[in-house]
Design a protein around this ligand. Structure first.
Ligand code: ATP
Length: 508
């Protein structure tokens, strides 16, 4: 009987993340790190299917970014000279404001505390704060400018709340009016302290201040310090880029939402070196290119958007910045940042190292420090976005089919080979097909259970094609090929199968 899809369900319901976390564990995408010891917060392990998906995402990025004439690849060490992080500003500025609950010891990032507080509670706290201040006092006047008592508009209240909590003077007063989101007690917060997110360790046998090194919090600095090495060895001329994929580590105060904010993660970064006067043109170019990349791999266009940073909120090094955001079930979240970093990084490394990082422009016959346009994507955050985006639950013939509609180039397994029954020479023939495809494609052999169940198992992990050896195969050397999303079946000759699959897999 033909399968009919009656209904799409559960897209974007609140429980989607729970379902995905559970599916990830059950089918071997992602496991909690050190699970048998109770897990390690903010760290995750990629299982057999997860490692394939992650590798495919990185490979697609690598091809898209570096198979161009003007982008080179590199792979710098995770540990770098500690002066790098002084020059970059990370030792001084890579901090988050942190508060603790004195009662239950829970720790929160001050700048994201608002996410855990309802609009009603925000309004109540602002009202109480307003009533507690002496009329005419400096604090009352300041609050009056940020918050108009009596307003009921949730967005206005939220904006006022954010502004008050960021204000040095008003922040501790507002914290006093709030209840801890974890234990519910009021007035238990410490005042905010700056917390550096870099992991420290020691190089060599001595554990003293002179031996401190950091686990890199971003891959970018490894590119900046190699700018002239790469440029001169590859004989590139401006504009050109350097790309790198690698691990980064941040001692995040609050890890949350599965792979979204973790303490160890992977980045896919490209730094594009340009003439200072061409910065805007290349910023716009890469902004467009990067959004297209996510779309080209099947991510739902309506769930992607730019979030341009307002000028007053730009990082210390940036002239212009945007985030590419994805609409996760918990709301919009950044998956990639695109920044015009000006000549900040190279100038600082020049200053701290005492080595010139100027580029000699042969045409203009002048030396200058290039500007940098950065594209910085999280591989693991993109992994999560692709996973969430492809997750569907559909009602098919009265049953729920759970399916991951990965783009074929991202799918961990490209095809499953299934003998209809385990007799009449079908397994032998299926094994032969499996052997012939294996050198070219990641395939999976499955002869356990009813054919419908086997199809569902493949749907659940996103395998785009199922190849079934049946009675007709024995007669005419053809197999059925079932396509995951449409569930349509086609008969294909065995000796044309590899070409057929390669064409289909690479056609999108
Ligand atoms: P956020 O504001 O979410 O902390 P960020 O602005 O600090 O992110 P960048 O420093 O621009 O992020 O890093 C570039 C990319 O690296 C992000 O777009 C994201 O995809 C990824 N990334 C950053 N921090 C984490 C993390 N803790 N866990 C997973 N991925 C991360």
């Amino acid at each position: 009987m033909e399968d009919t899809v009656i209904e799409k369900k559960n897209k974007n319901q609140n429980d989607v993340i729970d379902k995905i976390v559970s599916l990830s564990k059950r089918r071997g995408f992602v496991f909690q790190s050190s699970e048998i010891y109770g897990g390690l917060n903010g760290c995750w392990d990629y299982g057999p299917l997860g490692v394939e998906l992650l590798k495919n995402i990185k490979e697609e990025w690598w091809k898209f970014m570096t198979y161009r004439e003007n982008v080179e690849g590199q792979d710098a060490a995770i540990l770098m000279h500690p002066r790098v992080w002084e020059a970059s500003g990370h030792v001084e500025n890579f901090t988050d404001p942190m508060i603790d609950c004195k009662q239950c010891k829970a720790r929160f990032r001050l700048d994201t505390l608002a996410e855990q507080i309802s609009d009603k509670k925000k309004e109540k706290a602002l009202m109480e704060l307003s009533q507690s201040l002496n009329e005419g006092s400096e604090a009352a006047e300041k609050l009056g400018k940020l918050y108009q008592q009596g307003t009921k508009d949730a967005e206005v209240i939220s904006t006022a709340f954010d502004a008050v909590i960021e204000d040095k003077e008003l922040s501790p007063l507002l914290l006093n009016k709030l209840n801890c989101p974890q234990c519910g007690n009021a007035g238990t917060f410490t005042s905010a302290r700056q917390f550096n997110l870099m992991f420290k360790t020691f190089i060599g046998p001595l554990e003293d201040a002179s031996a401190v090194v950091y686990l890199r919090p971003e891959t970018a600095q490894g590119i900046f310090v190699n700018f002239l090495n790469v440029q001169s060895s590859s004989r590139q001329k401006l504009p050109f880029g350097i790309a790198q994929i690698g691990k980064a580590f941040r001692n995040e105060i609050n890890t949350k939402n599965f792979l979204f904010r973790t303490r160890e993660f992977e980045q896919m970064e490209m730094q594009f070196f340009v003439k200072p006067v061409e910065d805007k043109q290349w910023y716009d170019y890469w902004k467009k290119e990067r959004l297209e990349w996510f779309k080209s791999l099947g991510m739902t266009p309506e769930k992607l958007r730019y979030h341009d940073h307002p000028k007053e909120k730009l990082a210390h090094y940036a002239k212009e910045a945007t985030d590419i955001e994805y609409l996760f079930p918990f709301g919009w979240g950044e998956i990639e940042g695109i920044h015009n970093r000006t000549n900040f990084d190279l100038s600082r490394h020049q200053e701290y190292s005492g080595k010139s990082l100027k580029y000699f422009d042969e045409e203009a016959k002048e030396k200058y420090v290039p500007f940098i346009i950065e594209t910085s994507a999280g591989a693991s955050r993109s992994f999560m976005a692709f996973l969430v985006d492809s997750f569907y639950e559909e009602e098919v013939n009265g049953e729920i089919r759970s399916v991951l509609k990965f783009h074929p180039r991202l799918a961990p397994i490209k095809a499953a080979v299934l003998p209809l029954v385990n007799k009449d020479g079908m397994p032998e023939l299926a094994r032969k097909i499996d052997d012939d495809l294996r050198p070219f494609l990641k395939v999976f052999y499955d002869d356990k259970g009813a054919i419908g169940r086997r199809y569902r198992r493949q749907d659940e992990i996103g395998t785009p094609y199922c190849i079934t050896v049946d009675t007709q195969t024995l007669e005419d050397q053809t197999v059925t090929v079932r396509e995951r999303d449409s569930m349509q079946q086609e008969r294909v000759k065995i000796d044309e199968l590899l070409t057929y699959l390669l064409k289909k897999l690479n056609s999108k």
